[in-house]
Design a protein around this ligand. Structure first.
Ligand SMILES: [Mg+2]
Length: 324
C-alpha cells in the first residue's frame, strides 16, 4: 500500500526534523503521535499561523521563513518559561516546489535543532501559501509563569532590543528614511524582521524569579498592556531607557521610540520582577536585560515628558501618529 501524500512529503523534506527525542514514543507516520510527558510537568501549547501577503512577503527567503514560522511559536513558549519539546506543522502550498521546500525545511530544521524541539506530526494541503505550527512545551507544575501576577513596585524589563523588526518592515515597504543607515544596518534590521530570536533560555530562567511575563509580538505598549490588564496594575515607563540597537540609534530618537513602543514582531520578552530578582537576572544575562519602568498600583500607562510631568501614553501615541 502506498503511504499517504502528506506522509511522503513530510518524510521527504522534513525527515531531519522527525527523529531525535526520547520522549516521542510514536512519531510521524501513524494516525497520531504518542508523547511521554516528564513527571511533575504540565504541557504548554500554542499555535500560530503565517499567511503569505499578510504575515510575510511572497518573495521572502524560504530558509528565513522556516526559521520565523517556528520562532514565533517558540517565543510563546519562552513567555511561559516552558521548555520546548514537540511541534506539528500544517503546510498549505500552491504547488510542490522542490527548491522552496528544501530551503524552508532547512531553516525549520536549523532552529528546531537549536531548541531541541521535534516535529511529531504534519499535514499538507494545496492552496495559498500558509504555515501553521503548533508547539508543545513542558512547564513545572509548581510554578507557572503567566501574565496576571505583576506586583506593585516590580521593575518592568525587556530582553534584547526593541523596534528593529518594525524598522525592517518599514524598509521593506519603502517607508524608511535610510539616509544614515549602512547596508549592514539594513541587513541587520531585515534579519530581525525575518529571523527573530526567541528568548527561550531567558524565559526558562524567569521561572521563580519573574512575577509576570509576555512575549512582545504586537508592540511593547500593546503587550505590556496585557500584563497590566491581567494583573489589575498600571505602569510608569522610562522611554529614555528603551533598548535600541546600533542601527536604530541612527534613526531620529522620536522615530526609534515610536518603533520600539508600537512596532510589532520583536519577539523579545517583557517581564516584571522584584528589584532583587532583576539584579540576579542581570547578573546572569548581563546586557540582555533592560529595566524600562515600574509597576504601579494605579492603573494606566504613563511616561515622563520633557518637563518631568507624568503623562498618559495616549498622548505620546497621538504625538507620534505621523509615523504610524
Ligand atoms: Mg505571545
Amino acid at each position: 500500500m502506498k503511504p499517504s501524500p502528506e506522509f511522503s512529503l513530510i518524510q521527504q523534506y522534513f525527515h531531519a526534523l522527525t527523529t531525535r527525542r526520547e520522549d516521542v514514543i510514536v512519531g510521524i507516520g501513524d494516525d497520531c503521535a504518542v508523547l511521554n510527558n516528564p513527571q511533575d510537568t504540565y504541557t504548554a501549547v500554542s499555535i500560530d499561523t503565517l499567511v503569505q501577503d499578510i504575515h510575510f512577503f511572497a518573495d521572502v527567503d524560504p530558509y528565513r521563513l522556516g526559521i520565523k514560522a517556528l520562532a514565533v511559536n517558540l517565543s510563546d513558549l519562552a513567555a511561559m518559561g516552558a521548555q520546548p519539546a514537540w511541534f506539528t506543522l500544517a503546510l498549505t502550498l500552491p504547488e510542490i516546489n522542490d527548491d522552496w521546500l528544501k530551503q524552508f525545511s532547512a531553516g525549520l530544521a536549523y532552529i528546531a535543532k537549536n531548541h531541541q524541539i521535534q516535529l511529531v506530526g504534519g499535514d499538507t494541503t494545496r492552496g495559498p501559501l500558509t504555515i501553521t505550527i503548533q508547539v508543545h512545551g513542558h512547564v513545572a507544575k509548581h510554578n507557572i509563569l503567566q501574565r496576571n501576577a505583576a506586583e506593585s513596585a516590580d521593575l518592568i524589563c525587556v530582553t534584547g532590543c526593541l523596534g528593529d523588526a518594525a524598522a525592517g518592515l518599514q524598509f521593506r515597504l519603502g517607508q524608511l528614511e535610510t539616509g544614515l543607515l549602512t547596508d549592514t544596518d539594513i541587513e541587520y534590521l531585515l534579519q530581525r524582521l525575518e529571523m527573530p530570536t526567541p528568548r527561550n533560555q531567558i524565559g526558562q530562567q524567569l521561572i521563580g524569579k519573574a512575577h509576570a511575563a509576555i512575549d512582545v509580538s504586537d508592540g511593547l505598549l500593546a503587550d505590556l498592556n496585557h500584563i497590566l490588564n491581567a494583573s489589575d496594575k498600571g505602569a510608569k515607563l522610562d522611554v529614555s531607557a528603551l533598548p535600541f540597537s546600533a542601527a536604530l540609534k541612527k534613526l531620529p530618537t522620536e522615530m526609534a521610540t515610536q518603533l520600539a513602543l508600537t512596532g510589532g514582531d520583536d519577539y523579545e520578552l517583557c517581564f516584571t520582577a522584584t528589584v532583587d530578582n532583576v539584579a540576579r537576572l542581570k547578573h546572569q544575562f548581563s546586557d540582555m536585560i533592560h529595566v524600562i519602568g515600574e509597576i504601579t498600583e494605579d492603573e494606566g500607562m504613563y511616561y515622563q515628558n520633557a518637563h518631568g510631568e507624568w503623562q498618559a501614553f495616549s498622548a505620546i501615541k497621538a504625538g507620534y501618529d505621523h509615523f504610524a
